[in-house]
Design a protein around this ligand. Sequence first.
Ligand SMILES: [Zn+2]
Length: 289
Amino acid sequence: MFAQFGPAGNPDAFYEAGFKASADMPKWLDGLSLTAYEYQCSRGVNIRQATAELVGEEAARYGVKLSIHAPYYISLATEDETIAGNTQRHFLRSLEVAKWMGADRIVFHIGGPGKGANRRQAMERAKRLFAQVLEQVERQGLTGPLLLPETMGKQNQLGSLDEVLEICKLADWVRPAVDFGHLHCVTGGEYTTSKEFAAVFDKIGETLGEEAARNLHIHFSQIEFTKAGEKRHWTFADPYGPPHEPLLAVIADRGYTPRIICESAGTQAQDAKTMQEFYRSLLKKDLVV
Ligand SMILES: [Zn+2]
């Protein structure tokens, strides 16, 4: 088993080649020897069943592993009943689409703590609502895919690594999605060395077990940040951090098999390929030694 690489959403080059439909992505990715694809439902779950099934069939044909990014509107710490109800629905709809597609992972954002809210109390609210979501999912027979809270890049969002791990403890089918670009932003520029990247895997292993660390879902892109955190996603050609090489060194060195989704702005497939090639060069080096 090897690490899997692929893009979040459809890159510019895909459209420039004349394609429009996401169902064409698995074949297009296969042409690049990429084996992962994160389908974006970030602005709402609007995909039709027939389309979702077609994406799924194509992904299965080309051996591309599918994940889904759930809507940004999920807000687990909300005190508003309507938003809480909508949050539940976003999860259930995402799971329904995952079933149609055969996606095995759903990434989501925990949400904001609320204006002026106490972060600790917000986390307690988030855990309460999420526990209800998990119960609903089980009741409706939609279990199967893993649910993945993501580490966030802005100070005013819930989703530090510790907060994400706290949410993961609610069920064994909840696992972290670690966005290293976000961690870089929210810490004002950390995560540039193998030691810093390794510490994340170690913490996950200690908290959730070795398997969770080994098969981690990773988001990676170079991101510009300010004091408030994440500002803008860039490409590997731009002068922003974090660097991918020390992260891939840890993964190759430990023989881990994560799924790494690249979120570069427009060049996400090309940059995923750059990471895959670097990772493969590290594995080859190991063989020689
Ligand atoms: Zn995200």
